[in-house]
Design a protein around this ligand. Structure first.
Ligand code: SF4
Ligand code: SF4
Length: 149
């Protein structure tokens, strides 16, 4: 097999499409057509409270196809955009009967396709650092207000 150059690897965009006739489609039909959640994995991470951790998170975000997000429950996650090896070109799962539980728990009516599952998404280090700077600014203002009261 020819080695793949890292310079040939493109940034992936995650897509969660809507379909005009989806009221007539079953959940499985929607999933087969969408297969949006077969294109990434996520890992929970601690919130970035120390300089070392912030530095590490910047390093993560310097990599192509790696993002960080905060979900609706304030949990931080590392997201790797990469297709599952078992996803078939026709959108079917190649190991449907023995697929992992996390795949079984997803449903076309409660997934990234139908609702926003994060409050913040950082694709690049600048976005992440700007968020932290803004948070720090807000904290300083709140502290000053408390001291003045
Ligand atoms: S669960 Fe949702 S995001 Fe995943 S494949 Fe089905 S419709 Fe797409
Ligand atoms: S195991 Fe099947 S359902 Fe799960 S991510 Fe891979 S292709 Fe999708």
């Amino acid at each position: 097999m020819e080695p793949v150059s890292p310079f040939d690897m493109k940034e992936m965009e995650l897509v969660f499409p809507q379909f005009a006739d989806e009221d007539k489609m079953s959940e499985s039909e929607i999933c087969v057509k969408c297969h949006g959640c077969c294109n990434y994995v996520t890992v929970p991470i601690d919130s970035p409270r120390s300089k070392d951790r912030i530095d590490n998170y910047v390093w993560y975000l310097l990599h192509r196809n790696v993002e960080i997000y905060i979900d609706n429950y304030k949990q931080w996650f590392l997201l790797f955009k990469t297709p599952c090896d078992k996803l078939q070109p026709n959108g079917f799962c190649g190991i449907y009967e023995s697929r992992p539980n996390v795949c079984r728990d997803y449903s076309a009516t409660a997934c990234s396709r139908v609702g926003k599952d994060h409050t913040h998404l950082f694709k690049k280090p600048d976005e992440f650092l700007a968020f932290l700077a803004e948070k720090k600014k807000k904290k300083t203002v709140a502290k000053k207000k408390r001291q003045a009261a």
